[in-house]
Write a protein that binds this ligand. Structure first.
Ligand SMILES: [Zn+2]
Length: 171
């Protein structure tokens, strides 16, 4: 074992000179394709709603189920969704986690609190949306806690779920 505990991997490292000297035959350092794709009718409407500061869902024309994010057909009864619906930006925490490790694996002094939030007005057994909870003592977060979205300013919204900064406890 190495004195300084660095991991030593077997094999041969590829060096810059190997690329420049042609020892590595196929290298593409530019993106090969630039591409876009359609998010579809329902998710496009969802993103447009977020930019407007609204949560948009859809309602099934057959069973009446109300879902967020919206889709164009109901996967329970395979009927087309009847309409888009504007939902309130409030909901209930149905599960959460308190994370002291960031997505880059660095330690966080102030934890992030990702939570699944059942949005008011959707059908009861809907999963809800995943977002962050903030403006709360992590020890106070509970399943069943009522929360409300905190939106970015209109000029900063881009039509993404991050147009909501986080959810905070509903007082
Ligand atoms: Zn249905």
């Amino acid at each position: 074992m190495n004195d300084n505990n660095n991991l030593q991997f077997r094999g041969t490292y590829i060096k810059r000179e190997d690329f420049d000297g042609g020892k590595v035959l196929s290298v593409e350092e530019r993106p090969v394709f630039e591409y876009q794709w359609s998010t579809g009718i329902a998710i496009s409407r969802y993103f447009k709603g977020l930019k407007e500061g609204k949560l948009i869902g859809s309602e099934c024309g057959k069973c009446g189920r109300k879902v967020i994010p919206p889709r164009i057909f109901c996967e329970w009864c395979f009927a087309p969704m009847q309409r888009f619906i504007e939902l309130q930006d409030t909901g209930t925490i149905i599960t959460f986690s308190i994370c002291y490790i960031a997505t880059d694996a660095s330690r966080l002094k102030e934890p992030q609190i990702p939570a699944v939030i059942a949005i008011d007005g959707t059908t009861n057994d809907e999963m809800g949306i995943l977002h962050l909870v903030s403006e709360v003592d992590p020890n106070e977060v509970k399943i069943g806690m009522r929360v409300k979205a905190v939106w970015k300013k209109e000029s900063e919204r881009t039509g993404a779920i991050t147009d909501i900064k986080y959810f905070k406890p509903l007082k």
